[in-house]
Write a protein that binds this ligand. Structure first.
Ligand code: C2E
Ligand code: MG
Ligand code: MG
Ligand code: MG
Length: 279
């Protein structure tokens, strides 16, 4: 704490801390209003298998009337800290499942992957809520994928594995998001009831930015082998350049997602994107 770190530092750092705190509370208040008014939208980013569209990831978007567009990288951590992630997460799941059900009903089924925060995942009503959505919307479970983070395994492997098994028993696919940055143990990974590893995009950045991971290619190869040994699909996130694409292809990666292929977009735009590709 600042109090213990000397008078000079307290003086130097207090204003910045206050600013940070003020920003946090402003964001929290705006977020609270937005949750009540349901001021969010979902965008969908294509995930490819080879050249084919395999699935999409639902990503939440928020434009506050005063603050303008706020990125999820900024507001999701705040929502997690103050608990607003629970109503927001429910809205996201409902919206994403309704969209997946609509595509299914239109005869152009597409699996939708939904991000789940650790706090949501550990609520006792999480699995029943998912099950209720599938039933209520007549959505085949294989059209829903839930993305959890590796950190859950680090926190509580036994509890997490039990919930994942329940979800998979329903037929829902499970992916481990941002894989490789939160250091789950190998034994935790091997016990993991999951279908997909999503390799964090930081592993790609070493290849065209100076100062990136020096042994990037070996790490990519190792993760790919690990996935295959554990019977998991491995998806590379954040593919931005043709060079990264070529390297991943040479290493045998089948699944990719990134700005090189397409950004996240509203459902109607995604429909047009699909139409244009199927020619
Ligand atoms: P994530 O789950 O790892 O999602 C992928 C993020 O990478 C998205 O950022 C996406 O737009 C971005 N991305 C995709 N391709 C590229 C690329 O080629 N280059 C770069 N630089 N970025 C790329 P976004 O939408 O800003 O979301 C950030 C994070 O916020 C997500 O990371 C996820 O952790 C969280 N998030 C987003 N939507 C939700 C949600 O509905 N619920 C929860 N719990 N978290 C969410
Ligand atoms: Mg994700
Ligand atoms: Mg990710
Ligand atoms: Mg993430």
């Amino acid at each position: 704490h600042a109090k213990h770190s000397g008078r000079r530092q307290v003086k130097a750092f207090t204003p910045a801390l206050d600013d940070q705190r003020r920003e946090h509370f402003a964001l929290e208040a705006a977020l609270r209003r937005a949750v009540h008014a349901q001021q969010f939208t979902l965008h969908y980013q294509p995930q490819l298998r080879g050249a084919a569209l395999e699935s999409v990831e639902a990503l939440v978007r928020w434009t506050d009337p005063q603050l303008g567009p706020v990125s999820p990288g900024r507001f999701i951590p705040v929502a997690e800290q103050c608990g607003l992630i629970l109503p927001l997460g429910r809205w996201v799941r409902e919206q994403a499942c309704a969209q997946a059900a609509a595509w299914h009903a239109q005869g152009r089924p597409l699996r939708v992957a939904v991000n789940v925060s650790p706090l949501e995942f550990t609520q006792p009503d999480f699995v029943p809520h998912v099950q209720g959505l599938l039933l209520g919307l007549d959505l085949p479970a294989h059209l829903l994928e839930l993305e959890v983070t590796e950190g859950l395994l680090v926190q509580d492997l036994t509890g997490t594995a039990a919930i994942l098994r329940e979800l998979r028993a329903l037929g829902v696919r499970i992916s481990v998001d941002d894989f490789g940055v939160q250091h789950a143990s190998l034994s935790a990974l091997m016990a993991l009831p999951a279908d997909v590893l999503k390799l964090d995009r930081s592993f790609l950045s070493g290849h065209d930015t100076p100062g990136g991971l020096p042994s990037g290619t070996q790490v990519l190869r190792a993760v790919h082998t690990l996935g295959r040994e554990l019977n998991l699909d491995v998806l590379a996130e954040g593919v931005e350049t043709p060079e990264q694409h070529a390297l991943l292809r040479d290493l045998g990666f089948e699944y990719m997602q990134g700005f090189l292929f397409a950004p996240a977009m509203p459902a109607e735009e995604l429909d047009l994107w699909r139409d244009a590709r199927s020619g």
